[in-house]
Design a protein around this ligand. Sequence first.
Ligand SMILES: Cc1cc2nc3c(=O)[nH]c(=O)nc-3n(C[C@H](O)[C@H](O)[C@H](O)COP(=O)(O)OP(=O)(O)OC[C@H]3O[C@@H](n4cnc5c(N)ncnc54)[C@H](O)[C@@H]3O)c2cc1C
Length: 458
Amino acid sequence: MKYDYDLFVIGAGSGGVRAARIASQAGARVAIAEEYRIGGTCVIRGCVPKKFLVYGAEFSQFFADAPGYGWTVSGATFDWATLRDNVQREVTRLSGIYTTNLAKAGVTAYEERAVVVDAHKVRLLKSNSEVSAERILIATGGKPHLPEGLPGVELGITSNEAFLLEKFPRRVLIVGGGYVALEFANIFHGLGAETCILHRGDQMLRGFDTDLRAHMHIESERRGIKLMMKSTLARLEKANGAIRATLSSGEAVEAEAVMHAVGRSPHTAGLGLENAGVKVDSAGAVIVNEFSQSSVESIYALGDVTNRMNLTPVAIRDGQAFADTIYNNRPTPVDHSAVPSAVFARPPIGSVGLTEDDARRSHAAVDVYRTSFRPMRNMITSNHERTLMKIVVDAGTDQLLGVHVAGEDAPEMIQLAAVAVKAGLTKKQWDTTVALHPTAAEELVLMREKLGAPGSTG
Ligand SMILES: Cc1cc2nc3c(=O)[nH]c(=O)nc-3n(C[C@H](O)[C@H](O)[C@H](O)COP(=O)(O)OP(=O)(O)OC[C@H]3O[C@@H](n4cnc5c(N)ncnc54)[C@H](O)[C@@H]3O)c2cc1C
């Protein structure tokens, strides 16, 4: 045979594993290389362990709300080592399932780093060998970006290390304003740490709806997370058994842990893409067409390394679409429209479709429906957290363009709202659905009054 394999996948994360399994089940001879742990970011140090920490952090709010419901909770204490080790045990179990599933599908796994040699060849570094393949799939994901040139940068951790901390920090400084920053701020805060977010912008969660961003700012402060906006870090140094973070303003903050959460970069450095002539953009992301094919005919890329939409279900879909196109004779372009996303903060966010600002830019006329309320669950407690819901509609066609919720269970609500947005339902059809009472979600189908022009308080 001309090549050792039909397909060689670099990176056994969400996208790579799906592509490898489907291709192999379709009859292709497939190999996959993984340099860290099979399962990738989501399973090992992303969505899965994070959600467990979110669940762990929620208990403090339950305890705080308990007296309103007649419960007395005394002597509740938190042990980080128990939570950390239980989560890691589950992560190891899941990684094992991924490994077994690859083997069951007939995929050969190399647990080592692989780099591209040319359009049909990869080099396995640990085994010091080269293998050839008709096609190569780059699914190497992303990695935390570290602030360049920051003195003392190595004193900080990233989300990678946050899951494995030896000791739970009493004070935490999180640098960044994206969803990872806000989620970890709520995790640390919920587990009992004094928590501060430092962000160079004036508001967190760029890319989310403006009203939601403002809402999260208010709710984070209400909760006791300190927000230092329009601030940047000048240096980190050891001081008093902790880390002193000096800001550009000269102000200093001390913490036991400083977490860099200033974004993620496509994992392409040192991958040898230039050897094959694969084009990348200025951020290092592999440039691909709608079939995930790169500038080199035999090399494909998908998931976070393409920096299109960095979410696990998207990487999985991209992997499935690639394998269906090439190995199942079912050409399937990727479809990144109406993809729901969540932020597992307090309150959690669920969001799908266009934000109001995006809709106003792309549509001639837009109707907006918005409501904010203190949910029933909080009414007999001292919890003043509020829920915000917003629906964005094309005024011309009445089609739903976006649904955005910040409130308890918002991610669960949005998964189903995404069905309506994806299906292109109209607001009139949405409104014919009878409410389910008593829930918070029922408010979503009871919003009848349009807001006025932008700036209107509604
Ligand atoms: C803290 C955090 C929380 C997140 N939470 C969510 C969430 O709640 N929901 C959600 O949908 N998404 C979430 N994500 C994003 C999600 O994890 C990614 O979108 C997803 O994992 C992308 O899958 P992928 O296959 O592209 O890459 P990855 O899952 O990153 O897999 C890439 C793999 O390639 C390996 N690799 C890299 N280079 C090489 C090489 N040269 N040789 C061999 N192996 C290599 C890496 O070790 C890695 O295992 C989160 C991410 C982070 C960091």
